[in-house]
Ligand binder design. Structure first.
Ligand code: HDE
Length: 684
C-alpha cells in the first residue's frame, strides 16, 4: 500500500480495524483521530454553530456583544494556539515507521524488541536542524537531529541522535554556553540559523574540545541532500545488559540504505530561497509516493574488558570509535512508511528523552549523556505545559502504563483506584513494583570533584583523523566552508585564534584558511597520518532511485527520445519532471513545471532537449550552467546539444550528449555528483 493510500484510509471512518499490516501504535492512535466526515460545526462544548462569519452585534452597525460565546471561544482558542518552540532542534519533520530485527541479541541484551525477529516494532522519527527557529530554512549549515522513538512492548525506547557521531562539548554543563554562542546574537537576534558569526567562533576557539565536531560542521555532512540520505548516531557510548547482568558498551548507528549524500554550499544558499522546506518536502513526498526511506540499525560493540584499550576515552562524546577498529554490525532495519496526519499533534508534540530506556539498555557515565538524562524531561515540562505530556497520543507507549503518579494540568486518565501510594493493602498492593527495569550494577567510587578526566584532554587527534580521511574534493569544501564562516566574523583576534587551532589539526588546513583570510600561516605542527576511510563520503552505495531529474524541453523537442530516456530512468526509480517555457504539453509530453517557476537547484540532474529554442533563453542557459556549477550530471538528447553549447560550459566532465545516453546518464545520476569537475570559472 502506498503512503498516499495509507493516509487516505486512515482519514476514512471505520475501516482501520479490518486493515491488515497496521502496527499497534497506528491502531492505538485511532481513538484520537478526528476523521474527515460530514459532521456540522460545533463549539468546543458540542453545541451546533449556525454562523462563523459574523460576530453577534447590537444592530448591523453596532458593537460586538460579550454574549457571543462562539466568537469569544474562537478568538481565545486562536490566541492560545502557540506553544514554545524547542530551545534547540525547533525545526523538524517527522514520520512513522517499523523496525525489524535481523537476529536475536540475547547474548547482549534482554530488550525484548532486540530479541524477537518476528516483532514489527512501531517507531516515530523526527529529523531536525539545531540552531534555527521553527520557521527557518531546511538547508542551512548545521547538525541534523535524528531522534527515534521505538514503541516497544516493554515501553518506549528513544535514540535521540544526530547525523554527526560526535558533539561540540564533553560536559553537559557547557550546553547553555554553547547554544547561546551559536544562536543569533543577543543584542539584535542576527543571524538566523547560522554559525557564521562572532559569538560561535569565539566559543570554538576558547573551547577547543569543539574542534573535532566543527570539522564535521564545516564538511558537506552539514548540508545533507535528504533526510533519507543521512546517517544517524546515538553519539554517546551506551550499555547493553544481558540476562546475567553482564554489560557491553554500544554505539548506535543508523545507516541509510540509499547512501549518505550531500548538497554543495552554493546550491544550499539558493535552495533556501527556492524551497525553504526542501528536506521536509523531500521526506513527505517520498513517503507519499511509496518510496519508503530505509535505515539499517548498526552497533559497535566493545566488551567491558576492552574499556581502556583505546587512545581516547569511551565516555568522551567528542570522539568516535573508528569503524576500522570496531566494525559496524547491522542488527535490523527501520522503514519509514507513514506520514503524520497533523504536524502539530504528532511532529511538534512528540517528546524524546535519552532516559527513555527499556530493560537491557542502560547508560554510561559520559558526562554529556548524564546531563541530557536530566534535560529532556525538564524541557518537556515547559514546552508541553506540565507533567502529563506522556499522555499526549504521540507520546503514549503501547505498553500499559500503571503507577501512582497523579493529577496535574491536563490529566486525561481517570484513575479508578482508591489508592495512589505504595505500599498499600487496600488495592492489593497494586500497582506493584516487581520484575521491572534493573539498573546495571556498576561500582562507583570517587571523591566529589569538579574536574574532567585527563583522558578527555586531547582535542586535536580525531580532528586530524577526519581531515586525513577526506577526499580532495571534501577538503576543498571544508576549506571553503571555514573561509565563508570566518569571512563573516568581524573580530580579527577570533579569526587568528581559530586559524592557530586549524594549524594544529593539520598544517595544510591552517595554511589554506590563513591564506584566504589574509593571515600569516600558523606555525607548523607535527601531526599524525592515520586515516579512517569510513569517514569519507566517497564510496557510498549508488542508486538513481528517488533522484529528481529535470527534462528541459523546448518546442522542437524530440519527444520520442525524451520518452525513451525518461522510461529508462524511471525504471531505476528516478523521478522525472518536464520543464518547459509554458504549461501544457510539448510534442505531446505533458509539462510538469513552467521554466519561470522552476530552478535547477531542486533537481539532481538536468537533461536538455531542443536547444534551438531554449538556447536563446537566458533562463534556460542559466538552468544548465547552474546545474553544471553544482557538479550535477548534464544530459542532452537530440537538439539538446545546442542548449548545452549555448550555456558555454567550461569543460565536459559529466556532460553526456548523444542519442542513446540512458545507461551512461543513469549511472551518472546514481553516482550523485561530478566533484572532480572544475567549476571555478563558472560565474556564481
Ligand atoms: Fe539535545 N536537546 N541536548 N542533543 N537534542 C533537545 O529537548 C540537550 C545533544 C537532540 O526531535 C531538547 O525536547 C542537552 C546531543 C535531538 O524533538 C533539550 C545536551 C545530541 C533533539 C536538549 C544536548 C542531541 C534534541 C530541546 C547536552 C545528539 C531534538 C527540545 C548535555 C546525540 C529531539 C527537547 C526532537 C533536543 C538538551 C546534547 C540530540 C533542551 C542539555 C549530544 C535530536 O532537552
Amino acid at each position: 500500500m502506498s503512503g498516499h493510500e495509507a493516509r487516505t484510509r486512515t482519514n476514512t471512518k471505520g475501516d482501520f480495524a479490518m486493515e491488515p499490516g497496521r502496527d499497534e501504535k497506528d491502531r492505538r492512535l485511532d481513538e484520537h483521530r478526528v476523521p474527515l466526515d460530514d459532521l456540522n460545526m460545533t463549539t468546543d462544548q458540542g453545541a451546533r454553530v449556525d454562523d462563523t462569519d459574523n460576530a453577534l452585534r447590537a444592530g448591523t452597525r453596532g458593537p460586538t456583544l460579550m454574549e457571543d460565546f462562539h466568537f469569544r471561544e474562537k478568538i481565545t482558542r486562536f490566541d492560545h494556539e502557540r506553544i514554545p518552540e524547542r530551545v534547540v532542534h525547533a525545526r523538524g519533520a517527522g514520520a512513522y515507521g517499523i523496525f525489524e530485527l535481523y537476529e536475536p541479541l540475547g547474548d547482549l541484551t534482554t530488550a525484548a524488541f532486540l530479541n524477537d525477529t518476528s516483532a514489527r516494532t512501531p517507531t516515530f522519527v523526527r529529523f531536525s536542524t539545531v540552531a534555527g527557529s521553527r520557521g527557518s530554512a531546511d538547508t542551512v549549515r548545521d547538525v541534523r537531529g535524528f531522534a527515534t522513538k521505538f514503541y516497544t512492548t516493554q515501553g518506549n525506547f528513544d535514540i535521540v541522535g544526530n547525523n554527526f557521531p560526535v558533539f561540540f562539548i564533553q560536559d553537559g554543563i557547557k550546553f547553555p554556553d554553547f547554544v547561546h554562542a551559536v544562536k543569533p546574537e543577543p543584542h539584535n537576534e542576527i543571524p538566523q540559523a547560522q554559525s557564521a558569526h562572532d559569538t560561535f567562533w569565539d566559543f570554538v576557539h576558547l573551547q577547543p574540545e569543539s574542534l573535532h565536531m566543527v570539522m564535521w560542521l564545516m564538511s558537506d555532512r552539514a548540508i545533507p541532500r535528504s533526510y533519507r540520505m543521512m546517517q544517524g548516531f546515538g553519539v554517546h557510548t551506551f550499555r547493553l545488559v544481558n540476562a546475567s547482568g553482564q554489560g557491553t558498551f554500544v554505539k548506535w548507528h543508523w545507516r541509510p540504505v540509499l547512501g549518505t549524500y550531500s548538497l554543495v554550499w552554493d546550491e544550499v544558499l539558493r535552495i533556501q530561497g527556492n524551497d525553504p522546506d526542501y528536506n521536509r518536502r523531500d521526506l513527505w513526498e517520498a513517503i507519499e509516493r511509496g518510496a519508503y526511506p530505509e535505515y539499517e540499525l548498526c552497533v559497535q560493540l566493545v566488551p567491558e574488558s576492552r574499556e581502556h584499550d583505546f587512545d581516547f576515552d569511551l565516555l568522551d562524546a567528542t570522539k568516535i570509535i573508528p569503524e576500522e577498529e570496531v566494525p559496524l554490525r547491522p542488527i535490523g532495519k527501520m522503514t519509514l512508511n507513514r506520514n503524520p496526519q497533523n504536524f502539530f499533534a504528532e511532529t511538534e508534540q512528540v517528546a524524546f528523552h535519552t532516559a527513555n530506556v527499556v530493560p537491557g539498555i542502560d547508560f554510561t557515565n559520559d558526562p554529556l549523556l548524564q546531563a541530557r538524562n536530566f534535560s529532556y524531561l525538564d524541557t518537556q515540562l515547559l514546552r508541553l505545559a506540565g507533567p502529563n505530556f506522556p499522555q499526549i497520543p504521540i507520546n503514549r507507549p503501547i505498553a500499559e502504563v500503571r503507577n501512582d503518579q497523579r493529577d496535574g494540568f491536563h490529566q486525561h486518565l481517570i484513575h479508578g483506584s482508591r489508592t495512589s501510594y505504595a505500599p498499600n493493602s487496600i488495592s492489593g498492593g497494586c500497582p506493584a513494583a516487581v520484575d521491572g527495569y534493573r539498573h546495571y550494577q556498576e561500582k562507583v567510587d570517587g571523591s566529589k570533584i569538579r574536574k574532567r578526566s585527563p583522558s578527555f584532554e586531547d582535542h586535536y587527534s580525531q580532528a586530524t583523523l577526519f581531515w586525513n580521511s577526506m577526499a580532495d574534493w571534501e577538503r576543498r569544501h571544508i576549506v571553503a566552508a571555514y573561509l565563508f564562516e570566518l569571512g563573516h566574523v568581524e573580530r580579527k583576534h577570533i579569526k587568528e585564534a581559530v586559524v592557530d587551532h586549524l594549524g594544529k589539526i593539520h598544517p595544510d588546513l591552517g595554511a589554506q584558511v590563513a591564506q584566504g583570510l589574509g593571515l600569516p600561516a600558523p606555525a607548523g605542527t607535527q601531526v599524525h597520518t592515520k586515516s579512517s576511510p569510513a569517514l569519507s563520503m566517497t564510496g557510498q552505495p549508488h542508486s538513481a532511485a528517488t533522484r529528481k531529474i529535470a527534462f528541459l524541453m523546448g518546442d522542437g523537442a524530440d519527444a520520442a527520445a525524451v520518452t525513451a530516456l525518461r522510461r529508462a530512468l524511471e525504471g531505476q526509480g528516478a523521478i522525472c519532471e518536464v520543464v518547459a517555457p509554458a504549461e501544457g504539453s510539448v510534442g505531446g509530453v505533458p509539462v510538469d513545471r513552467q521554466l519561470s517557476a522552476a530552478n535547477s537547484v531542486v533537481y539532481d540532474a538536468v537533461v536538455a532537449s531542443d536547444g534551438a529554442a531554449l538556447g536563446a533563453m537566458g533562463r534556460a542557459r542559466f538552468f544548465v550552467l547552474e546545474a553544471f556549477r553544482h557538479h550535477k550530471p548534464i544530459g542532452a538528447v537530440g537538439s539538446g546539444r545546442q542548449l548545452v553549447e549555448a550555456a558555454h560550459l567550461p569543460n565536459d566532465v559529466g556532460v553526456i550528449v548523444g542519442d542513446d545516453i540512458a545507461q551512461e546518464f543513469g549511472q551518472a545520476v546514481a553516482g550523485h555528483r561530478f566533484y572532480e569537475r572544475d567549476v571555478s570559472s563558472v560565474p556564481a
